[in-house]
Ligand binder design. Sequence first.
Ligand code: TXA
Ligand code: MG
Length: 310
Amino acid sequence: MTVRLIRGEVERAAAAIRAGGAVAMPTETVYGLAADATNPDAINRVFALKDRPTDHPLIVHLADPEDLDRWAPAASDLARRLAQLVWPGPLTLIVPRSDRFPASVAGGRDSVGLRVPAHPMAREMIRLAGVPVAAPSANRFGRVSPTTAQHVLDDLGEFLDDERDVVLDGGPCPVGVESTIVDTTVEPLQILRVGGVSSAEISALLGTELADAHGPARASGMLPSHYAPACQVRLVDSHDDALALKAGTPGARTLDLTHDVARYARELYGELRRADADGVTTLIAVLPEAVGLGHAIRDRLTKAAAPRPA
Ligand code: TXA
Ligand code: MG
């Protein structure tokens, strides 16, 4: 079965959402698999297409920052301020869930994750659909997030339905790693997942410190093994260490974009996929410095390198 790639056919995608279908949409971070966030059947289908456990909450995407009040009337003042300062952008805010959203979109929780993506195609699609869309990353559960429409087709093409679903091609995602998730239902605010905007930037904007997440895995991206390619991933701190390790490892490849962290983030998931496609046995990745986007890259690489469940 072939699913057509449509560049700019945003209207057909919006119609698919309204009809309960799924739309793979580009965002500035990664491609999301979007469905009407107010339609429980459409939400169930997204969980099924991804093979994702139904207790893992989805992120709901709004078209405009002004939509926050309507969809999250109980959001805190800090949440509102963050939304005003960072949206559209790679920041997901966990806020109290209003009963305008079915519990299933939030994996049964009484909070919900919201964000306004900084991608014109996604925002236009959501505007035209007239409803917020729940959109997890458009990959099978536990796999590497897609940063091109072709990645989406590689993962989900065989499961999508040509009649009901649409894959929108907006080109490669400009950020390349998922949004930062901040829980605004707790004091002080907690970072549940590092991502496209650093906690230092958020702290600076708010003039207050944020706490790291604690307690049992709160977000699925916080499981120790996630974002994993099929090949083994080994982490090193320098280019020289990478070359030394490669010399003794048959079938290994090195990955080092530490000279340009924005590019490292943008190309990271594509490189993990390419290693698998090329039959690489071991990808030896050099960790960037733990500043700015470097935090998110280190986090994803560490999860890709973690021991896998049998
Ligand atoms: O950049 C992104 O955030 C991308 C694009 C498509 O927007 N989306 C994304 O979605 O990464 P997903 O489903 O792969 O990751 C969603 C994360 C999960 O780790 C989930 O547990 C967490 O968000 N999450 C969502 N709602 C939550 C809530 N109410 N409480 C705690 N965590 C929540
Ligand atoms: Mg994901």
